[in-house]
Write a protein that binds this ligand. Structure first.
Ligand SMILES: Nc1ncnc2c1ncn2[C@@H]1O[C@H](COP(=O)(O)OP(=O)(O)O)[C@@H](O)[C@H]1O
Ligand SMILES: [Mg+2]
Length: 241
């Protein structure tokens, strides 16, 4: 495989097997995938087809059983855990279906965590945290705790936490899965606006994992290259059973 200087992410022949004493599950089989800077990619497929496994690999949370993963020019399979932690910290933002905010912290403190991990000095954090909260419309809830917010607001706060460090890639695993239609649409609108808005740091790529086919037309319409996104979905995400 020749490496593509344009690509943010390149997967080549990636497999992920889960083994236990009795069973072996092939979660991913020979995935080839290339994601460019600035691309908005949706990965769709039925439950159990490997979407979360793929996302965890892209997020350097999990490692492929075999294959090759390049993040820009970095060979992910050859990196130590410490190097992968640094990659996650400096380049990636995560958004989860269940928001994963910390109950004991205010919204401000939750968002600020994204910078604490990056070892930003306290005095430099405030402006960045406030800008991130403002961007997703939760600034007026800064002093509230997660349980005092609606699901949609919590997910928007989680997006603020993901973007505050200005990552180059946001990985969102079914980010609208716990939301009603209206709030889900709002979250997708925000993700799309962030992707389209080159002004907010270096973040240009979003990978969104969606379950419901009804969400596909809107999302694919937002993709920078719909034909390619479709091809990726058809060609690279295979049923594991
Ligand atoms: N930690 C694990 N141990 C064993 N099997 C797993 C594990 N995680 C996922 N799997 C299996 O891998 C396949 C893909 O799972 P997953 O990536 O969660 O799918 P999706 O997110 O598309 O629903 C499924 O068959 C699942 O049961
Ligand atoms: Mg999943």
């Amino acid at each position: 495989m020749t490496s593509n200087a344009e690509a943010l992410i390149t997967l080549a022949d990636v497999h992920r097997l889960y083994r236990s004493d009795e069973v072996e599950t092939t979660a991913l089989r020979s995935i080839d995938l290339s994601i460019a800077d600035g691309e908005f990619v949706a990965i769709m497929g039925p439950s159990g087809c490997g979407k979360s496994t793929l996302l965890n690999i892209l997020g350097a949370i999990d490692r492929p059983t075999s294959g090759r993963y390049l993040f820009r020019d970095l060979e992910i399979m050859e990196q130590s855990e410490a190097e992968l932690a640094r990659l996650r910290r400096d380049n990636l933002g995560f958004v989860f279906q269940s928001f994963n905010l910390i109950d004991e912290l205010t919204i401000y403190e939750n968002v600020e965590l994204g910078l604490v991990y990056r070892k930003w000095a306290g005095k430099d954090r405030r402006a960045r945290v406030e800008a991130a909260m403002d961007r997703v419309g939760v600034a007026h809830r800064a002093r509230h705790y997660p349980h005092q917010l609606s699901g949609g607001q919590q997910q928007r706060a989680a997006i603020a936490r993901a973007i505050v460090g200005q990552p180059s890639l946001i990985l969102a695993d079914e980010p609208t899965g716990n939301l009603d239609t209206e709030n889900g649409a709002q979250v997708m609108d925000i993700l799309h606006a962030l992707n389209a808005d080159g002004a907010i740091g270096a973040m240009r790529v979003l990978t969104s994992i969606l379950r419901h086919p009804t969400q596909l037309p809107a999302l694919i319409a937002l993709a920078t290259d719909a034909a390619r996104a479709h091809a990726a979905l058809r060609g690279h995400l295979r049923l594991s059973k």
